[in-house]
Design a protein around this ligand. Structure first.
Ligand SMILES: Nc1ncnc2c1ncn2[C@@H]1O[C@H](COP(=O)(O)OP(=O)(O)O)[C@@H](O)[C@H]1O
Ligand SMILES: N[C@@H](CC(=O)OP(=O)(O)O)C(=O)O
Length: 494
């Protein structure tokens, strides 16, 4: 039994829907020959829909009562066009049309209320932003039926029970597992393909939640773990996880295999191809994942397993980057040897609910710097100045300041800590491009070396590091076996 997740780009057009139907049909046939047959489909909203829904809600909160009506009309046309092209049965099309109207009238009512109130709560945004999947999943189920498959739409609000952290909810796995097994297993046992909404869940009380942007990957992993499937497939618009974002590095190469740890680091530091929490549910049950290309389904993609392929251990696997960040620094000669500064610093950050993506402390202990999302920077600086008021007055701490518009570039690969010359390779690469490294951290994870650069230098840094480690070439064809600096030293070149 497998779970197949299709992202927004995979359901972004009539052709994409038809392609998905072919891919699912092929997998249903393949799975029928296994000891445990069954296919469960999870789908995202059609590409661009979630962004449009969120923008409409935001403008409604500012009093714009026109824009959401335009979005309503465009979504109706967008979904009905796919239905009109791929579903011949008039009854099925009429039923879908009625369902689209029901969803879009709900959208209209929600945005009208938001406009009247003049405010958009996280809870309200969850209801609005999740409508995209509640349009695309019934549509995909109907397209699969039109393709001759037995398929049934299931709203994940019945399956994934979450906490009440709106906009970034986490599953309550025990309840979720019970619901998935009781609701989905009977369908699968009868040869029916459940087509489930990604991205959304609901609290125990039934209040709609979302798992965070890009969360359909996470939905697929949660459902896959709940059912104990043999594989979780993430279908997207690239040939698996690549050595860098192909939009930044055109000659980025597909990776055959990654470990859970490697792909978690890549996803956490910006590889949009997978939601950062996707691997967590799979790790516990050692369920393999595969990242595949909807538009090139014959490509093997990337297998994600418990450990990486051994011959590449200690080498750099991929480079990724995350922008929209801010580097906060607490500095002062008086900090030396003063215990508790770091604890007080991060307790203050935790109190304002900011997410710390990276920490770097100079060995002299004269400064601590750490990275937070740009949106949290002002609040964090204010909280720190409050926390260290006395130390600032006594000049134990000289300055608390932020550095906006920075990015983290993460160099990922299992077992890199044991690779001599790795940091030299990185610094050689960025040095040649005249890129200033503002901070660097190799945390406890052996799989990641992160550096902070100006946001404007992100693409150049990713490309330069990608090049010096020759990531566009298969491991065996590189001019070195572990680190480019060692390779050059071995070759006697400077
Ligand atoms: N290391 C990477 N490997 C592959 N794709 C990446 C990587 N980093 C970023 N990406 C981007 O992620 C995109 C796929 O994610 P996304 O746009 O969310 O697709 P989907 O709609 O299928 O979820 C790719 O088109 C690619 O541009
Ligand atoms: N539609 C949601 C969930 C999602 O995962 O989308 P995609 O699979 O297109 O990244 C979003 O845009 O965040």
């Amino acid at each position: 039994m497998i779970v197949m997740k299709f992202g927004g780009t995979s359901v972004g057009s009539v052709e994409a829907f038809a392609q998905v139907a072919n891919i699912v049909a092929a997998q249903v046939e393949e799975q029928a020959r296994t000891p445990r047959p069954g296919v469960v489909v999870v789908t995202s909203a059609m590409s661009g829909v979630t962004n449009a829904l969120i923008e409409a809600a935001r403008r409604a909160a500012q009093g714009d009562e026109q824009y959401f009506r335009e979005v309503e009309d465009s979504l109706r046309v967008k979904h009905q066009f796919v239905a009109g092209q791929l579903i011949e049965d008039g009854t099925e099309r009429a039923r879908l049309g009625a369902l689209f109207d029901q969803r879009l009238q709900e959208f209209n009512r929600l945005c009208s209320s938001i406009a009247v109130l003049g405010e958009l709560t996280k809870r309200g945004l969850d209801v609005v932003s999740g409508l995209g999947e509640r349009l695309s999943a019934p549509l995909l189920a109907a397209v699969l039926r039109a393709r001759g498959l037995k398929a049934e739409y299931v709203d994940a609000g019945e399956l994934i029970v979450t906490d009440n952290v709106h906009g970034g909810a986490s599953p309550l796995m025990e309840l979720t597992t019970q619901r998935c097994r009781s609701r989905l297993q009977p369908l699968v046992d009868h040869g029916i393909v459940p087509v489930i909404t990604g991205f959304i869940g609901a609290t125990v009380e039934g209040i709609p939640t979302t798992l965070g942007r890009g969360g359909s990957d996470y939905s697929a992993a949660i459902i896959g773990a709940a059912l104990g499937v043999d594989e979780i497939q993430i279908w997207t618009d690239v040939n698996g996880v690549m050595t860098a974002d192909p939009r930044i590095v055109p000659n980025a190469r597909s990776l055959n295999q990654l470990s859970y740890e490697e792909v978690a680091e890549l996803a956490y530091y910006g590889a949009k191809v997978l939601h950062p929490k996707t691997v967590t549910p799979a790790v516990e049950q050692k369920i393999p994942l595969r990242v595949l290309n909807t538009f090139q389904p014959e490509h093997p993609g990337t297998r994600i397993l418990e450990r990486s392929d051994s011959e590449t251990l200690g080498t750099v696997k991929a480079i990724t980057a995350i922008r929209g960040l801010n580097l906060i620094t607490v500095a002062g000669r008086g900090m030396i040897g003063v215990p508790g500064i770091a604890a007080r610093t991060f307790n203050s950050v935790a109190r304002v609910g900011a997410n710390v993506l990276m920490i770097s402390q100079s060995s002299s202990e004269q400064s601590i710097c750490f990275v937070v999302p740009e949106s949290a920077a002002a609040t964090v600086v204010e909280a720190l100045k409050e926390e260290f008021k006395a130390e600032l007055e006594r000049r134990y701490i000289d300055r608390i300041f932020d550095h906006p518009d920075i990015a983290i570039v993460a160099v990922v690969g299992s077992g890199m800590r044991g690779t001599p010359g790795l940091a030299a390779g990185i610094f050689n690469a960025v040095g040649r491009e005249q890129i200033n490294v503002i901070a660097i951290a190799q945390g406890s994870s052996e799989a990641n070396v992160s550096l902070v650069v100006e946001a404007r230098d992100t693409a150049a840094a990713v490309s330069a590091i990608h090049e010096i480690f020759e990531l566009d070439k298969p491991t065996g064809e590189r001019s070195y076996n572990r680190s480019p600096v060692l390779g050059k030293m071995a070759a006697g070149t400077p």
